[in-house]
Design a protein around this ligand. Structure first.
Ligand code: ZN
Length: 217
């Protein structure tokens, strides 16, 4: 189920209600680009939403979420892996802060587990992996971020990469083909937020970015 879609005419993301008010029946999924159909409520309590159709493999449907940590690499490079491990060690707090900013609060034990997962799978050795991708990658390895675990999170969500990705290193080695984005997806509400992958480590959460404008300095 999804509550927002790309308007095919303007390319802008709009809410299901917006489509309904304009009698538009079909939108495009912002993640897999396929047409999704607006469904009006069939019973009281079911609000207007988008439907992917039967057999869709879009990861906005929870059962389709890939275990990204299990995706293989096309190439490994042990030498650069060694250098990256050192960079991750040297920047561990910054990487933790970036992850925390992306997912609206991350507990240290959760972070520790994600790093251990990356190490177990040998992901540091994946050819071409640069430090700026590390936080985005780590948060995709987590099964579910619960609302209960954070003061800033209203909905539980998981994080996905573009559905076409078959090799993890395509994300950074094929930037022209694989969108440089991750999405936060709620099993109940669909896509909550699209997050751009930046080419630098950015530990500043969105709430702080907007709040700091009102600092009296
Ligand atoms: Zn989709």
């Amino acid at each position: 189920m999804s509550f927002r879609a790309v308007d095919p005419d303007s390319g802008a993301i709009q809410e299901a209600d917006w489509f309904h008010e304009r009698r538009k029946k079909v939108g495009l999924c912002e993640v897999c680009n396929s047409e999704i159909e607006l469904r009006a409520e069939t019973s009281i309590g079911t609000s207007i939403h988008f439907w992917h159709g039967k057999g869709s493999s879009c990861p906005t449907i929870k059962k389709n979420r890939k275990k990204y940590e299990d995706l293989p690499a096309t190439q490994v490079d042990k030498e650069s892996g060694k250098a990256l491990r050192q960079k991750v060690k040297d920047n561990a707090y910054l990487i933790y802060a970036c992850c925390s900013a992306i997912v609206d609060g991350l507990k240290y034990p959760e972070f520790k587990e994600l790093v251990a997962k990356a190490t177990d799978k040998g992901i540091w050795d994946y050819k071409g992996l640069a430090l700026n991708y590390v936080p985005y990658l780590l948060v995709t390895f987590h099964d579910m971020f619960y609302a209960k675990g954070s003061k800033l999170r209203d909905d539980r969500f998981y994080v996905i990469l573009e559905p076409g990705i078959n090799h993890l290193d395509d994300l950074w080695n094929q930037p022209g083909f694989i969108k440089q984005k991750i999405w936060k997806v709620s099993p109940e509400k669909g896509v909550l937020e699209e997050v751009d992958i930046l080419d630098y480590l950015d530990p500043e959460p969105n709430w702080f970015k907007s709040a700091k404008r009102w600092l009296k300095i």
